[in-house]
Design a protein around this ligand. Structure first.
Ligand SMILES: [Zn+2]
Length: 538
């Protein structure tokens, strides 16, 4: 299905046909690993005036990645054997061991870095039922609990992640359909005190839809709490009864009101019953288990630079996932990509001018906690982190990078990817947004690159039971690995830094001009940004 299928053999042919003279100039490999002479870079970098090092690196990385490799087996073990890995769970600890072992097997130095996860969370036996009460019978909910209900329907549902448990007897309340939950819709409802709110959603098919899944809830939750509602039922945004895990608590704390994601068809059924005018009550029993605080880890592989070892380029991806599926598209495939990129660079025998760190973050799904902790722990060296590159959008074709509001770094990125120009992955965008592990690096003024990818099969399986290994197109993943490795290599090896670290004043302009300010406000990060608790201090 991918246009790369044609492009890659052509590219390989092109590279090998056109590079023998360049390769002949390379110094022999496998001498002193710290000797600059070992690097293809030597004196050349990856910029317009010195483009050869990137071309040479691309020609060497490509066959290592595209040939037989441990990539697929690594990903199989992570997804099929360890499975879904919620930060704070035993599976997450196994995934950390997996990452350490895979870097070691690739011959890459590796260590872990600890931080404290404030709260752990796991779902108990979530049960949601509905009871239609004929219009002739006056509704009387007094003294009713979930277990004494005689429901007329059982809804397929899961708890919101990091949602609070319900009381022992559950919650029972009248179902109030709030439509899409706008201010006007809430205003037209009258009292919602004690009610269980049903919120509609559309099926998610685009990145914009997905973004809205995060941007809509905060206001709706605030209105629900203000009106005294007892719980929220979110209509599923995936079709065919597919359940998925979502969190609306993006600060690692337990959410303020019980929330359930109800299978789309069941939620629509409920809405139709409410629309008939009969009274509908719902019961929710959700014995979620809360624990912690608990020590967690990020996994950090490293290839040390020969020329400027204290300057660092980070290639990262989150290792944690939700657990209804096995976290293959989100984000196991890209965790495996990061390890494979490290293996490929190592296997070329080339050394970059700067240090490349390969970081597998945990805590991403709880609000990019692991990468935030990494940034806090490395604050003293942020001036020397030259770029943070991340992949977190499954296996849809890469079209380029989102540069986090930074036009000044585009030319440098284009230079680095020039050897793979025919792949169509050198078209970059300047948007700055919340959503993955580059977030805190970006707010600290570090240049960040987030792979822009086509949706492919990401949205229908997002955070869902169906996010499993069979969804991963291995060939596409290998191509992305080449892109990621070359990007990290090129930025690490070019003579000049890719871009400077922005000052707070420059960041204030960027945040405003990119519209990131609106996101920070909607998602509840604005005060932390203003006070300097998150991002570069004023
Ligand atoms: Zn992700």
């Amino acid at each position: 299905m991918s246009r790369h299928i044609i492009l890659v053999p052509l590219l390989l042919a092109f590279l090998f046909a056109s590079l023998p003279s360049l390769q002949a100039q390379l110094p022999p490999e496998k001498k002193d690993p710290l000797s600059p002479a070992q690097s293809a870079a030597g004196k050349a970098g990856c910029s317009t005036t010195e483009a050869s090092s990137c071309a040479e690196a691309a020609a060497k990385i490509l066959p290592v990645v595209m040939g037989s490799s441990p990539l697929e087996e690594n990903l199989r073990r992570l997804t099929d054997e360890i499975g879904g890995r919620v930060t704070g769970s035993p599976e997450m600890a196994k995934a950390v061991e997996w990452g350490v072992g895979a870097f070691r097997a690739a011959g890459v130095d590796v260590h872990t870095e600890k931080y404290t996860l404030p709260v752990t969370w796991s779902e108990g036996k979530t049960r949601v039922s509905g009871l239609a009460i004929p219009r002739s019978v006056p509704p009387d909910f007094e003294g009713t609990n979930f277990f004494s209900m005689n429901p007329t329907m059982i809804l397929r549902a899961v708890s919101e992640a990091w949602g609070p448990p319900t009381p022992e007897k559950g919650i029972v309340g009248k179902v109030v359909d709030v439509g899409y939950g706008s201010e006007a819709e809430f205003a037209s409802l009258g009292s919602i005190w004690g009610a269980i709110l049903l919120v509609h959603s559309d099926v998610g098919t685009t990145w914009a839809d997905l973004f809205n899944e995060y941007l809509r809830p905060p206001d709706i939750i605030a209105r629900a709490i203000k009106g005294g509602a007892s719980a929220i039922l979110w209509m599923g945004a995936r079709e065919r009864l597919l359940l998925y895990r979502h969190t609306n608590s993006l600060n690692g704390k337990i959410d303020r009101i019980p929330q359930v994601i109800v299978a789309r068809e069941d939620a629509i059924h409920l809405a139709r019953l409410v629309a008939t005018g009969q009274t509908l009550r719902a019961g929710i029993s959700m014995p979620n288990k809360i624990g912690g605080p608990l020590e967690q880890q990020n996994v950090v592989g490293e290839i040390r630079g020969y020329g400027k070892p204290d300057e660092v380029v980070i290639l990262g991806a989150h290792l944690d996932s939700w657990e209804l599926g096995t976290g293959a598209l989100d984000n196991g495939c890209n965790a495996a990509l990061v390890i494979e990129a490290a293996r490929a660079i190592k296997a070329t025998g080339l050394l970059p001018r700067r240090t490349i760190r390969f970081v597998l973050f945990s805590g991403e799904e709880q609000g990019t906690i692991g990468s935030f902790e990494y940034v806090k722990a490395h604050r003293a060296e942020l001036d020397k982190i030259r770029a943070m590159i991340t992949y977190d959008s499954g296996i849809g074709r890469v079209t380029g990078y989102s540069l986090g509001g930074r036009r000044d770094i585009e030319a440098g990125v284009r230079d680095v990817l020039k050897p793979l120009e025919s792949w169509g992955a050198n078209n970059h965008t300047y948007d700055a947004s919340f959503g993955t592990d580059n977030f805190d690096f970006m707010l600290e003024g570090v240049p960040t690159l987030v792979a822009n990818q086509e949706e492919a099969n990401y949205l229908p399986n997002y955070h869902a039971a169906s996010d499993t290994l069979d969804k991963v197109d291995m060939r596409e993943l290998k191509l992305h690995t080449v892109l990621a490795a070359l990007t990290a290599w090129g930025i690490a090896d070019r003579a000049e830094p890719l871009g400077k670290r922005l000052s707070r004043a420059e960041l204030d302009v960027l945040v405003k001009e990119s519209g990131l300010d609106q996101q920070l406000k909607l998602l509840g990060y604005w005060d932390a940004w203003q006070s300097g608790a998150r991002g570069r201090k004023p």
